[in-house]
Ligand binder design. Structure first.
Ligand code: CA
Length: 232
């Protein structure tokens, strides 16, 4: 077993499949590949990969269905999934993320993007859990203090509404992850704090404005949702 990680590539386009398996193999990952959804489901149960690179447009059982089955099966639910998608598949990307996929890469992609995403997702899978929501969180030049319900940017206190605070805390606690509006609503909604998909956009606009220069860390992922930029 390779220490770098075991990856299953699911892709019916020969050229992409070859390119991906070649580059991952060269990087030291253990790589297996299949070309159909049916084979993907069989292989996942057999080899228990750390990560699946999953093309969405597959003949027969498509990628979203594969994702759903894997994430709903206790035995395989921990397997990380990066979807390989076409730029036009934004609705499917949203669905996939909500089904539990960890990230996505749009085609065509470079070797550099492929390796960076794979590395990031595998790293997150290996114990980089989001920290306790009651602990002080420091990311970039932002300090989020849940106990005092206080946010400092570059040492200056900024005043947020409770919902803005929760949205920031949720995103900043998981830098690099893309979240759909529904996922953000799900995470920040509490009794008495009605938040809707559309109002997430309003919250983000307000949040960015108040964060000032640090507002750039809250990134819009067009057609999909939002992501907090990772520290480098
Ligand atoms: Ca395909």
């Amino acid at each position: 077993m390779s220490s770098k990680g075991h990856i299953l590539v699911v892709e019916d386009e020969e050229e992409i499949l070859e390119l991906v398996t070649y580059n991952l193999g060269k990087e030291g990952y253990r790589v297996d590949s299949v070309t159909t959804g049916e084979d993907a489901l069989r292989q996942v149960r057999e080899i228990h990969p750390d990560l699946i690179l999953l093309d969405l447009m597959l003949p027969g059982v498509d990628g979203l269905e594969v994702c759903k089955v894997i994430k709903n099966d206790e035995e395989t639910a921990d397997t990380a999934i990066i979807m390989l998608t076409a730029r036009s598949e934004e609705a499917d990307i949203v669905t996939g993320l909500e089904l539990g996929a960890d990230d996505y890469i749009t085609k065509p992609f470079s070797r550099r993007v492929l390796l960076a995403r794979v590395k990031a997702v595998l790293r997150r899978g290996k114990g980089e859990e989001p920290q306790d929501e009651n602990e002080v969180l420091r990311v970039h030049d932002i300090v989020i203090n849940p106990g005092r319900h206080e946010v400092l940017v570059g040492g200056e206190t900024i005043s947020l509404t409770l919902t803005e605070f929760r949205v920031l805390q949720f995103l900043a606690n998981r830098p690099g992850w893309v979240f759909t509006r529904s996922q953000i609503v799900e995470a920040v909604r509490g009794d008495g704090y009605p938040v809707t998909d559309r109002s997430v956009d309003v919250q983000i606009v307000g949040l960015r404005k108040k964060l000032g220069s640090a507002g750039r860390y809250v990134e819009t992922v067009r057609g999909v949702g939002y992501r907090f930029v990772e520290s480098t």
